[in-house]
Design a protein around this ligand. Structure first.
Ligand code: DOR
Ligand code: ZN
Length: 344
């Protein structure tokens, strides 16, 4: 197996960078590894208008290190009240590339999300007409549904009916975690795609309980059984352009994670492409990493792929125990442990 791999500069198609001082802690990690990133709009308050998204893009750009070219690709947060006119403005904006659908209460900062999808049908119809992608957090919120089943139930009870109503709607099912999601994707047309995170490729749900409860491995959708991880690894390394890179790197202060009610989110931006290289190497599929990381996403979003390259070398390095996070600190994925690949 080769010890060095050069890739077209990748992009991250699902990223949380927060706001304010935190931007200066986390944006450089992504900007060093990726040309562009789809920026999640789940701030408090959420980014619901094009004007807010453009202002947020400006704040993100200020946190990009000098001499580094990095472009934030902005999204709007879909609410019950999002009007078709806002979608028209989004389509006209060179900064806004998608709309994010959080079922209300599904995850971090999703309380302003959609309470009843029927309330958004006029808006979705305009998105369908313009080809503006809908990025979906695909989990039902019904507390009666087992937390490990919420993605599979969402596909059957929400997503399939949605696509029947809007058959041309461009959709990215974000951070898929199950074999059912992979099978669903394989049975759909090309305008339905999915992102896969590094943590769902590398960890199964045992990682939540190794030697005790492990809050830094808690995210949503929650880690699943090994059989699901295997299905994701197969999908990511298959070469199928429906599957592409989206880290869902989601930084939280250490105290907010190490708590009696710790919040969901895993920070991976400090080693994102290196972790994907590990997963692909494990599967003997390093030659497929470039498609997944650098080609399939731009093709789906109708953007050119990057022209620069990055090189990764098989050379272990130790991840710091903590990283700065604004005035606080965070615990990154693999804290105090090694990552097998290094950015040259
Ligand atoms: O684990 C997660 N964290 N899942 C999400 O959907 C949101 C994210 C966050 O914003 O922290
Ligand atoms: Zn996310």
């Amino acid at each position: 197996m080769s010890d060095e791999i050069t890739l077209t500069l990748p992009d991250d198609w699902h990223l949380h960078v927060r706001d304010g001082a935190a931007l200066f802690s986390v944006v450089p990690d992504t900007a060093r590894r990726f040309g562009r990133a789809i920026i999640m709009p789940n701030l408090r308050p959420p980014v619901t208008t094009v004007a807010e998204a453009e202002a947020y893009a400006g704040r993100i750009r200020e946190a990009v290190p000098a001499g580094v070219a990095f472009e934030p690709l902005m999204t709007l947060y879909l609410t019950d009240k999002t009007r078709p006119e806002e979608i028209e403005r989004a389509v006209a904006s060179p900064r806004v590339h998608a709309v994010k659908y959080y079922p209300a209460g599904a995850t971090t900062n999703s309380d302003a999300g959609v309470t009843d999808l029927a309330r958004t049908f006029d808006t979705l119809a305009v998105m369908e007409d313009h080809g503006l992608p809908l990025l979906i957090h695909g989990e039902v919120t019904d507390p009666a549904v087992d937390v490990f089943d919420r993605e599979a139930v969402f596909i059957d009870t929400v997503l399939i009916p949605l696509l029947q109503r809007f058959p041309r709607l461009r959709v990215v099912l974000e951070h898929i975690t199950t074999r059912q999601a992979v099978e669903f994707l394989l049975a759909t047309e090309d305008h339905i795609a999915a992102t896969i995170t590094p943590h769902h490729l590398l960890l199964n749900r045992n990682a939540l309980f190794t030697g005790g409860i492990r809050p830094h491995h808690y995210c949503l959708p929650v880690l699943k059984r090994e059989a699901h991880r295997q299905a994701l690894l197969e999908a990511a390394t298959s070469g199928n352009p429906k599957f592409f890179l989206g880290t869902d790197s989601a930084p939280h202060a250490r105290a907010a994670k190490e708590s009696a009610c710790g919040c969901a989110g895993i920070y991976s931006a400090h080693a994102a492409i290196e972790l994907y290289a590990e997963a692909f190497a494990e599967a003997g599929a390093l030659a497929r990493l470039e498609g997944f990381a650098s080609r399939h996403g731009p093709a789906f979003y109708g953007l050119p792929h990057n022209t620069e390259t990055i090189t990764l070398r098989r050379e272990p390095w130790t991840v710091p125990e903590r990283l700065p996070f604004g005035e606080e600190e965070l615990v990154p994925l693999r804290a105090g442990e090694t990552v097998g690949w290094r950015l040259v």
